[in-house]
Design a protein around this ligand. Structure first.
Ligand code: CMX
Length: 436
């Protein structure tokens, strides 16, 4: 094995496997919880039926990556020289192994990504052939699945070389190649769709975040914005639509390309990742009506009520698990306070932050009235010139792939089986409820 990340990962996997085996063999019958009819009909909310060690989401505290809060993660990981933010490559090392990498470890992963980062020409040709009004998320998903023909996992599987012991290695190879290519693919989509196809080649001297900013054609400190964005969006334990979809598809031993393409499709829904686009669309509507003036709290309250009264959700607020302000929102807010405190859109978001939670509480439907990650993220992008807001979820997707690929590699390492929950009919539920 040539690189230290893979060697370290193998050590961790060997250590971990007996724990999973013991739980299943000796404690398989121990109850974890109960499931009621509300949960069966209600999207399995709160049903404990997945396992991941990559991240954990506490409803009050928010996300921890491998045990570290967002501020701890940002503080502990090696930084890119001259930048505020850590290497995304080092963060990936942390997600995979649970350990903070050294500078040398990070450089090795960055080198590995660099070797694998070129996207084949046929993918670009396919994207160019799509209708010009294709959504960037559809383009991203198509670009990923087009590369499926290169899957090492599939070749090894077909050659009869894979077993439960070594499956993770072919998954690791596919995962690293796909992650290394995503910034290229995403920036290509952006430049093709919004910059007349004026493509900027990669710079092999740069790290993943730096290269992404460079290929997008956006100057510093957008490289740090990209690093922060990819890290913040990477993982949110396993039950959210994108992570769960990736895991589910991979559980059929579909390769990483199929799984991550499916993950992207789930992320593209307005109740999930597309909410960051929706926040900007909503704010632009308000801005249009305010003719650019920052609304007073009373004026903003009216916009919020109008949206609710028309039966729509306020994008960027609420969460299925969180019950307080999302720390990913706070991390971005702090960035805004430092770098763009006087930005008009930031002021809009701030007024919205003040008025929306009490209104959602008064309306009495949303279980969590506080803002989530998507409420703030478009403001930063807009400020640095990325005003094409239907691209925002692509950024989320590049980040989310880091967490989901890490999970899929571990899924294969621990031999998790094909996912297959049981369905009941409505009549059966009525029977269980004792309805005559
Ligand atoms: N605006 C208005 N109504 C909301 C709301 C919001 N922001 N959040 C929740 N509600 C409503 C729900 O639509 C639901 O209404 P019904 O009873 O009429 O169906 C009710 O409150 C209860 O919902 P909940 O249990 O609090 O929330 P869910 O777990 O069902 O859904 C989420 C969670 C995120 C889909 C929901 O809060 C929402 O639609 N938010 C707006 C969209 C958004 O920002 N999504 C991004 C989330 C983060 C991410 O995944 O990227």
């Amino acid at each position: 094995m040539s690189n230290s990340l893979k060697i370290k990962l193998k050590e961790k996997i060997d250590e971990w496997r007996p724990r999973t085996t013991r739980l299943v063999k000796e404690f398989g019958d121990v109850k974890v919880g109960e499931v009621n009819i509300g949960q069966v009909i209600g999207g399995a909310r709160g049903v404990k039926s997945l396992v991941t060690d990559i991240s954990y989401l506490d409803p009050m505290e928010g996300i921890r990556f491998r045990g570290f809060t967002i501020p701890e993660t940002m503080e502990k990981l090696p930084k890119v020289p001259g930048s505020e933010m850590p290497y995304v490559e080092g963060f990936f090392y942390l997600l995979l192994t649970g350990e903070i990498p050294t500078q040398k470890d990070v450089e090795e992963v960055a080198d590995e990504f660099n070797k694998r980062k070129d996207v084949p020409e046929y993918v670009f040709n396919m994207l160019k052939a799509l209708p010009a009004d294709s959504h960037p998320m559809a383009m991203l998903s198509a670009g990923i699945v087009a590369m499926q023909r290169e899957s090492v996992f599939v070749k090894e599987y077909e050659a009869g070389n894979l077993n439960k012991d070594n499956m993770w290695e072919a998954t690791y190879e596919d995962g690293l190649t796909l992650l290394a290519r995503l910034p290229r693919l995403a920036s290509f989509i952006y430049r093709l769709k919004y910059k007349n196809g004026d493509i900027i080649p990669a710079d092999p001297k740069l790290d993943m975040g730096g290269n992404f900013a460079h290929m997008m054609g956006i100057k510093k400190p957008y490289d740090d914005v990209a690093r922060m964005y990819f890290i913040l969006h990477s993982d949110h334990e396993s039950g959210n639509v994108s992570a769960h979809t990736g895991h589910l598809v991979a559980s059929a031993l579909s390769d990483v390309y199929y799984s991550i393409s499916a993950m992207i499709n789930g992320l593209a829904g307005p109740l999930h990742g597309l909410a960051n686009q929706e926040v900007l669309r909503w704010l632009q509507g308000v801005m249009g009506q305010m003719q650019g003036k920052v609304p007073t709290e009373d004026e903003m309250k009216k916009f919020v009520w109008d949206t609710l009264n028309s039966g729509q959700v306020i994008p960027g607020f609420g969460h299925a698990v969180l019950r307080k302000t999302d720390p990913r929102y706070m991390a971005q807010r702090e960035f805004c306070l430092k770098h763009l405190p006087d930005d008009l859109l930031f002021k809009y978001v701030d007024v919205l932050y003040k008025v929306t939670p009490p209104i959602l509480q008064e309306q009495g439907k949303a279980k969590n009235p506080w803002p989530n990650v998507d409420a703030q993220s478009g403001v930063i992008q807009w400020y640095y010139g990325l005003t094409e807001y239907d691209f925002y979820t692509v950024l989320f997707g590049v980040g989310r792939a880091l967490g989901v690929v890490s999970n899929i590699i571990w899924d294969r390492a621990l031999g998790y089986p094909i996912e297959r929950p049981k369905s009941l009919t409505t009549a059966m539920l009525e029977d269980i409820a004792g309805i005559k």
